[in-house]
Design a protein around this ligand. Sequence first.
Ligand code: ADP
Length: 324
Amino acid sequence: SGPLDKEQMQGLRGVREFLKVRTSYDVLPLSFRLVVLDNNLLIKKSLNILIQNGIVSAPLWDSQNSAFAGLLTSTDFINVIQYYCQFPDEIAHIDQFRLSSLRDIERAIGVLPLETVSVHPMRPLYEACRRMLKTRARRIPLVDRDDETGREMVVSVITQYRILKFIAVNNEQYTMLLKKPVRELGLGTYKDLATATMGSSVLDVIHLMVKYNISAVPIIDRDNKVLNLFEAVDVIPCIKGGAYDELSATVGEALSRRAEEFGGIYTCNEDDRLDAIFDTIRKSRVHRLIVVDDDNRLKGIISLSDILKYVLLYGEEDDDIRGN
Ligand code: ADP
């Protein structure tokens, strides 16, 4: 192994040590607001609340038992859509579903409930990261216990996005050592990519996300050039107000309704180095990178979980979560 390998390992080790001495609590901003939804709320209303607050997920609270009841995410809305596809005659009922019915919906469509892992905010951040990779959770609630009442309290939610941002902002001295290009690291997915076109229906794209268990599908033209990206969170405005029949609309129509504050999509080249990717994460709201060639043709996709996995596990002996 050459000097580049040595430097790369030095960078990775630096970041890993950092994650071991910081806690999930450290990732939280000094002041933040947390929207928690009552489990008894109508699903339809929860959509409006998410949209009004500009958020895509929220912890659920079971007020009957005073307990944390899981996280509401775009996966839940995708489940409701699948339910609608399987039982189209039930549309009148779907309108009356409450958040507490989400588990019944999972059962009815035959998907396994997502494991609701949570971590204590004062545990090492490294642990939260490992747990995210193991369960494939993209966000984890931080749950503490109230000393006086003994009840569970949801302090906040940390996401892969926040963690990578936190790493990028605080470890420039280490991430600058990560000089190996994406191509050499094999970072991301390059084979059997799920893609769609502007003319595909929103429903087709949702089915792709379910089938591949992914949270975004690149939208390409007939020359394989990247035009856009349809993300799981883009589903939320599509079904606002219970407009399930509008899911037959095209991706093009749905994307034109994206909120003003949409951050845009990020691309990179296979020759880009990991340090450059960390620079992008430091500066922008990146949720994934689309890998393109010089003509903007789709080559692959790098998800935040791909990056987190590499940073945490590459070269570790117990890389059992890597699946290879
Ligand atoms: P994350 O877990 O960060 O939310 P995804 O769920 O989108 O990211 O990605 C999970 C895995 O699937 C990653 O290894 C990623 O490279 C791969 N992947 C992401 N999008 C696609 C796609 N459109 N086609 C094929 N594989 C994909």
